[in-house]
Ligand binder design. Structure first.
Ligand SMILES: NC(=O)c1ccc[n+]([C@@H]2O[C@H](COP(=O)([O-])OP(=O)(O)OC[C@H]3O[C@@H](n4cnc5c(N)ncnc54)[C@H](OP(=O)(O)O)[C@@H]3O)[C@@H](O)[C@H]2O)c1
Length: 346
């Protein structure tokens, strides 16, 4: 049997952002599947901002591998419908091997499923063809519903969710403006993804840059960031604008406080005066009712190139915590994944 290497939270108090000693690497034999379970080997580990919240809130059981959505391959199975060799979406976490099936702890909406490589690259099952694509679809199409000619703004525009949210708005005829970090990301958002403009939140003139990029104001705002980015968007809302709060990553390193409540307070007067509708997004609410419709619409668009999707795929289980920290501070360029096992489809 091969060795299973996996990461846990070290147990020291988790402050602002992850540090070098926040996580510990372990080695053990892979777990034995019980009745109704399958052993799977991880191929891709998805690194996402929400995982930091899980760790800070202590959602993971002590000593358990850090949670993550994964793409994996079945090694041995005692689980109906899954056979050795099957490629699956599941939640092995920051680990080379993991169990799925009966009694295996996972968020209720992260349901293991078989992957069809004909539908798209298997790595995309944790990105554009999975929960991140559904997040963008739910927040942009179902909640904000951009109309032709309207101006839609997306923050963290080159990231896992932002890339898709902006392209979905563009495909619905909106004028789309991205907000991203470094120059190369802003160029990618315009030149590759086809946004109409992109401004950098690293520029000292960002509020004025955004105003210039949105001469007709903002009708739709897909919020991934909060903080100073939200403050620049706020004065530009048009009457009847719609804002989807997808995430507030600028506050994920805060020691405490309620970032959403603080944002709502800062926005209160403008929201009221201009009739801005603010909706909170939780992707788990959309999996059951909308995943299939979303996939039917978006998978062919990804396959045809009508929707482009950039991944930032790193290598090796040892590198997972460093890659996670890089993603949180914006040093990813596209959806962040770590490949920890061979991908048989490549
Ligand atoms: N509501 C839901 O159900 C749901 C589901 C999935 C994701 N989310 C949320 O969606 C957002 C995007 O997630 P993702 O997976 O697509 O991550 P991502 O955008 O691929 O990576 C995070 C990006 O956030 C940007 N960022 C980090 N700190 C920032 C700051 N202080 N100011 C401005 N930008 C900052 C960085 O991009 P730049 O280099 O461009 O700054 C970084 O690359 C997150 O807030 C996440 O929590 C919510």
């Amino acid at each position: 049997m091969p060795t299973n290497r996996y990461w846990t939270v070290s147990g020291k108090p988790l402050g602002g952002w992850p540090e070098a000693d926040t996580f510990t690497l372990h080695e053990a034999e892979p777990p034995e599947p019980g009745p109704g379970q399958a052993l799977t080997r991880t191929i891709y580990v998805s690194l996402d901002p929400y995982q930091w919240g899980y760790k800070k809130r202590g959602v993971e059981a002590p000593g358990a591998p850090c949670h993550a959505r994964t793409v994996a391959q079945v090694v041995t199975s005692r689980m109906g419908g899954f056979a050795p060799g099957d490629l699956v979406f599941n939640t092995n976490g920051w680990a080379e091997y993991g169990l799925m099936g009966e009694g295996v702890a996972r968020p209720s909406y992260m349901i293991p499923r078989k992957l069809d490589p004909a539908q798209g690259r298997i790595s995309q099952a944790v990105g554009v063809l999975g929960m991140l694509g559904l997040t963008a679809y739910a927040g942009m199409v179902l909640m904000a519903d951009p109309k032709p000619g309207e101006t839609a703004v997306v923050s963290a525009a080159s990231g896992g969710v932002g890339q898709i949210a902006g392209q979905l708005a563009r495909l619905r005829g909106a004028r789309v403006v991205g907000i991203a970090g470094r120059e190369a990301k802003c160029r990618f958002v315009v030149d590759e993804l086809g946004f109409d403009a992109c401004v950098s939140h690293l520029s000292p003139t960002m509020p004025a840059d955004l105003r210039a990029a949105c001469p007709a104001g903002i009708d739709v705002y897909f919020e991934n960031v909060g903080g100073a980015v939200f403050d620049a968007v706020l004065p530009l809302f048009n009457p009847g604008a719609r804002m989807t709060i997808c995430g507030l990553i600028a506050s994920y390193g805060d020691a405490g406080g309620d970032a959403r409540a603080a944002l709502m307070k800062r926005g209160e007067a403008v929201f009221k005066e201009r009739g801005v509708t603010v909706r909170d997004l939780f992707v788990g609410d959309f999996v059951e009712g909308h995943h299939d419709a979303f996939l039917a619409e978006v998978a062919p668009q990804v396959a045809s190139g009508a929707i482009k999707y950039r991944e930032d795929i790193r290598q090796g289980i040892e590198s997972v915590p460093a890659c996670f920290a890089e993603m949180l501070r914006g040093d990813n360029f596209g959806k962040m994944l770590v490949q920890v096992g061979a991908d048989p489809t490549l």
